[in-house]
Design a protein around this ligand. Structure first.
Ligand SMILES: [Zn+2]
Length: 598
């Protein structure tokens, strides 16, 4: 029986009172957040509309007012979402969460004039603003907005594009409606004759099951189901790709890829270098596939044999306190200030909401805002996975903690491109620590190494294969080649064969895997998983083997928030993602883990 929220001991919950002492104070703050009780809200901001051409002072004033409002709204929002997640059936917090979400939406509409008005100023005026001494604190903030000018169209065309946005988002919507709502996968019998249901969540569980008949049937049935809709699904994916090409052409980009990467100032060479480096080292994955085939000794190795653990599950279990101590010990290389702050967060300041309770949100995340300390939602049960999750979220939290302490509010949020670096970095530190901790226990070491190998395979190799597929289908469409079911099947099969090598026997059902991947509707998103894990591995190696300069560079990155372009931030940390070094370092790590494992 799960405990009720009210029955959880306070010491095991996050310290919400240091945020707002009670709900009354949240209500008070909420009342002031709109400046006035009558609409339109935020008259001070509304009055500035149409004045940005009058001089730099008006622009600075606009920034200051906007940021002040945003900061208050963010605080209100964060508190409401944390409280809501403690018990998602609690009506008071559910309502509070909806109220603040709706107010945020109102604010975005009320402030939506700022960027277009700024971008409509003449080149001359923009240059003079950029060089004005008054803007110094907001200079990069202004540059980020202005970067978009060459790809921003006339007022009427922008209006037309905004009108088209809703219908053009239909393809992603259609996929998710089919995949999440309409699709009903058939049930089947496992290797013991038991009737089994098939759902998305169960599918990934089945792929790890020792029952091979269960795995084979689930894998084939699932893909056959997508295959039976291949015409609809390929037309739909084609529509999504054409949409991105339409936007890229309308906004004067050379390609859909360039259009997707430009807002984050990531050069397309980063994407291409990732793919090239992985392709040049694909023998490492082939070797892993061969090792898997040898260890499982099943005769043939099939796609449905790729996720079964290679080491019999062994019991690495820890209490929350032990896990926290491990995580704190593992970050020693980052220095005593870092370690002390983390120890306080995980043990004394109660950043973490530790255990599950009735109706608490599942999973884990790191949250908080500029005016609070970090907060970690966990559902800790003591498994090795949970220990890694704690290390991962603690990595995010320390990134936020150091950024919030160092940066002004407008540089306090970091982009997706750099977000997973700090978390994966800390996971690596934990691995190094645990391998040392269990140095005399071969079984446990093998279990940990297996987990690491799987992480790199799933995050670097598989996501790069997806990234390559995504690039190739856009390039085909850009060359006016239709994305027919046959074309997609052939391309996908070629990629699977190239990435996994001869040791894998590819069943025909795998030709339709492209049809079930939701990420192909996210517009060149997945490559960031691969670059993120690569940057983390390279940096972790540099810091672990290096001296105080490497450590200081990495800590400066953690303090930098979004005060520079993502690629420049990683350069500060000590890794250049435009070259192959980071990806290469991760593959080298993969090779050495594989050697250890063998
Ligand atoms: Zn994360």
């Amino acid at each position: 029986m799960l405990k009720k929220r009210t029955d959880i001991q306070e010491k095991d919950t996050w310290d919400i009172k240091s945020f707002y002492p009670d709900f009354e104070s949240w209500e008070q703050d909420f009342k002031f957040a709109t400046e006035t009780s009558e609409t339109p809200y935020w008259p001070s901001l509304i009055n500035l509309q149409g004045t940005l051409s009058e001089g730099i002072d008006k622009l600075v004033e606009t920034f200051e007012i906007t940021l002040r409002i945003e900061r208050r709204l963010e605080k209100l929002y964060t508190y409401a979402h944390l409280r809501h997640d403690e018990d998602t059936t609690n009506d008071l917090y559910k309502t509070a969460f909806e109220r603040i979400s709706s107010l945020l939406h109102t604010f975005h509409t009320a402030s939506s004039w700022i960027h277009p008005e700024l971008l409509s100023l003449s080149e001359e005026q923009i240059t003079s603003y950029l060089n004005a001494p008054q803007i110094i604190d907001y200079r990069f903030h202004l540059e980020k907005i202005i970067r978009m000018k060459p790809h921003t169209l006339s007022k009427n065309t922008e209006k037309l594009l905004a009108l088209a946005a809703k219908p053009l988002s239909g393809y992603q919507q259609i996929f998710s409606s089919m995949d999440d709502a309409d699709f009903d996968f058939p049930s089947f019998r496992d290797g013991y004759g038991e009737e089994r249901e098939l759902t998305h969540a169960l599918y990934s569980q089945y792929m790890r099951s020792p029952d091979r008949i269960l795995r084979e049937r689930a894998c084939k049935l699932l893909h056959q189901h997508y295959a039976s809709f291949e015409n609809t699904l390929s037309s739909n994916l084609s529509g999504q790709v054409e949409t991105q090409i339409f936007y890229a052409k309308a906004r004067h980009y050379k390609s859909a890829l360039e259009a997707a990467l430009f807002p984050d100032a990531v050069e397309t060479t980063v994407y291409e270098t990732l793919i090239d480096t992985v392709r040049n080292n694909i023998d490492a994955l082939h070797e892993y596939t061969q090792v898997r085939k040898d260890i499982l000794s099943l005769g043939d190795l099939h796609y449905y044999d790729l996720y079964v653990p290679l080491v019999k599950s062994c019991s690495i279990e820890m209490s929350y306190e032990e896990a926290a101590d491990c995580v704190i010990e593992s970050v020693r290389v980052l220095g005593s200030d870092y370690q002390k702050a983390l120890a306080q967060g995980l043990k004394e300041q109660r950043w973490v909401d530790r255990y599950e309770n009735l109706h608490k949100r599942s999973g884990a995340y790191s949250s908080g805002c500029y005016d609070s300390h970090p907060y970690i939602l966990h559902n800790y049960t003591g498994t090795l996975n949970d220990i890694y999750t704690l290390a991962h979220e603690a990595g995010h939290s320390m990134h936020s903690y150091l950024t919030w302490k160092t940066q002004p509010f407008h540089y306090s949020q970091y982009s997706i491109f750099v977000a997973e670096v700090a978390s994966t970095f800390n996971e690596n530190l934990l691995t190094n620590y645990l391998l040392h901790y269990y140095q005399d226990d071969e079984q446990k070491r093998a279990y940990i190494i297996n987990q690491q190998l799987e992480e790199i395979r799933g995050t670097l190799f598989r996501q790069t294969m997806f990234a390559e597929f995504e690039l190739r289908i856009h390039q085909l469409a850009e060359a006016n080649e239709p994305l027919t079911p046959k074309r997609l099947r052939t391309l996908y099969r070629e990629l699977v064969a190239f990435y996994y090598g001869d040791a894998l026997n590819i069943d025909k059902e795998i030709d339709w895997e492209w049809a079930r991947i939701p990420h192909f509707y996210y517009n060149f998103y997945v490559y960031q998983y691969a670059t993120g894990i690569s940057a983390a591995h390279a940096l972790c190696k540099g810091v672990s083997e290096g001296g105080s300069a490497e450590k200081a560079a990495y800590l400066n990155f953690l303090k930098a928030g979004s005060s520079a372009k993502p690629l420049d931030l990683l350069r500060i940390a000590g890794v250049d993602m435009t070259g192959p070094t980071a990806v290469q370092a991760t593959i080298d790590k993969f090779r050495s883990l594989l050697k250890d494992f063998n």
